[in-house]
Ligand binder design. Structure first.
Ligand code: FMN
Length: 197
């Protein structure tokens, strides 16, 4: 995990199969989310045609079209009214008694109802956790990854048919690398950013 770095140079000939991409996103969706909202969506841009359309949206960053796949990582505003739907499978599986559902929904409403900032923060948090899981899953496969904020959010919204409750969180390029990438960059000393109490 400590060997990860943001990849600049991808092997432009490399291809990941749809099964490999699906496996990465499955790991992404194993990430935690508040109330298990799973308030995210992932678009895998991997065909030459789709990459060509992404290219101007991603400010012509070569990473976006040289990587085997670039994910559009989309967050969905947290919505407490979805609690029964997201908890349903847990009730069905017998983990959670059905009579706890109203209490859970009430808790979620207290946090998110009439609080657009919190709804949006949750979209960012969930999607970022999902992206982070994909980044380390890719690393474990020997592939590079690059989170990217260098893109046009309005153009992405249009191209990838965002619903009103969806926000663009980041692009995430993933794929086999070519030579020339930097190794991990130095970090601030851990004890400068960690305190014990
Ligand atoms: C939210 C976010 C946005 C980023 N956007 C870009 C980008 O648009 N283009 C790019 O080349 N790198 C981008 N990066 C990569 C960072 O520059 C890189 O992660 C940082 O310099 C630390 O380097 P490291 O990841 O190799 O440790 C982004 C990283 C993050 C977390």
């Amino acid at each position: 995990m400590l060997s990860r770095s943001a990849t600049k140079y991808y092997d432009p000939e490399a291809v990941l199969t749809d099964e490999q991409i699906t496996a990465l996103v499955e790991i992404g969706t194993s990430a935690p989310t508040s109330f298990n909202f799973q308030n995210w969506r992932f678009v895998a841009v991997r065909s030459p045609e789709a990459k060509e359309r992404l290219r101007p949206i991603a400010w012509n960053q070569a990473i976006s079209y040289e990587a085997a796949v670039t994910f559009i990582i989309i967050g969905q505003l947290a919505d407490a009214s979805t609690v029964p739907a997201v908890f349903g499978p847990m009730v069905k599986a017998g983990y959670m008694p059905a009579d706890q559902l109203p209490e859970a929904e009430k808790g979620a409403r207290g946090i998110y109802d009439d609080n657009p900032q919190q709804q949006r923060d949750e979209a960012m948090r969930s999607a970022t956790f999902g992206a982070a899981a994909i980044i380390y899953a890719a690393r474990s496969m020997g592939w590079g990854s690059t989170p990217m904020i260098g893109f046009d959010p309005a153009a992405a919204r249009k191209e990838y048919n965002f619903a009103n409750n969806e926000i663009p969180v980041m692009l995430l390029a993933v794929g086999p690398m070519r030579d020339g990438n930097w190794p991990s960059k130095p970090r601030r000393p851990v004890l400068d950013v960690l305190s014990f109490r």
